[in-house]
Write a protein that binds this ligand. Structure first.
Ligand code: SAM
Length: 211
């Protein structure tokens, strides 16, 4: 179902400079329409974020593709996602052959998405809690992707990166952020920046305070 729409979306991502073949292949395979509320199904393959309830969103496909490409993953890498949301990003990483760990703070979303990922046989390790402090039990990670905007780069996430591992995180104020790409080089961290993104807030000990 929706094969033609998926192909159109992938072609539009190529035109927007998404070049990582593994990312494009995974996005062609994963059925985004299964991760959006039924009322939104006709917009599932538009390149836009969509509401998934609880004031949260499934990220725009371009943003998913761009952030995943920035992680520069190889088959079998261990990846931590902060902000499971709909489960779509986790499914993309799984489809790319990664060992995926994902944390969601909203209990209802966590529960709904856990059932969906299980039903679709995406084997992802899920946890309900504050992802701003990472998941130290399974660290270090080759990649950490944060899908909510943070006021700063959480120290705990930097600590949980493997050598040459990359953390991709939106950092800024509550309204607009830049994507920060943090690469661990032994005990040093190299930081690059890609401007102009917009995410829902990362709420937690090393993120924003809840209002
Ligand atoms: N990756 C998601 C997807 O594919 O649908 C997009 C998620 S949405 C843009 C961001 C998510 O981060 C929300 O579900 C929100 O509840 C969650 N979130 C915010 N702060 C968090 C935290 N400290 N720990 C874990 N999840 C958090």
């Amino acid at each position: 179902m929706y094969e033609h729409e998926r192909e159109k979306l992938i072609n539009s991502l190529r035109k927007k400079n998404i070049t990582d073949k593994e990312v494009l292949k995974a996005m062609l395979k994963v059925h985004r329409h299964l991760f959006v509320p039924s009322a939104m199904i006709n917009h599932a393959y538009d390149d836009v974020p969509l509401p998934i309830g609880f004031d949260q969103t499934i990220s725009q496909p371009y943003t998913v593709a761009f952030m995943t490409q920035l992680l520069r993953l190889k088959d079998g890498c261990k990846v931590l996602e902060i902000g499971t949301g709909s489960g779509y990003q986790a499914a993309i990483l799984y489809e790319m052959g990664m060992k995926v760990f994902s944390i969601e703070r909203n209990f209802e979303l966590f529960n709904t998405t856990r059932k969906l990922l299980e039903a679709l046989e995406y084997r992802v390790a899920l946890k309900c809690g504050d992802g701003s402090i990472g998941w130290s039990e399974f660290a270090p990670y080759d990649g950490i992707i944060v899908t909510a905007g943070s006021p700063q780069i959480p120290k705990s996430l930097k600590k949980q990166l493997a050598e040459n591992g990359r953390l991709v995180i939106p950092v800024g104020d509550r309204f607009t952020q830049s994507l920060f790409i943090v690469t661990r080089e032994k005990d040093d961290f190299r930081i690059e920046e890609e401007p102009s993104f917009r995410f829902v807030p990362l709420i937690g000990r090393e993120g924003w305070k809840e209002r």
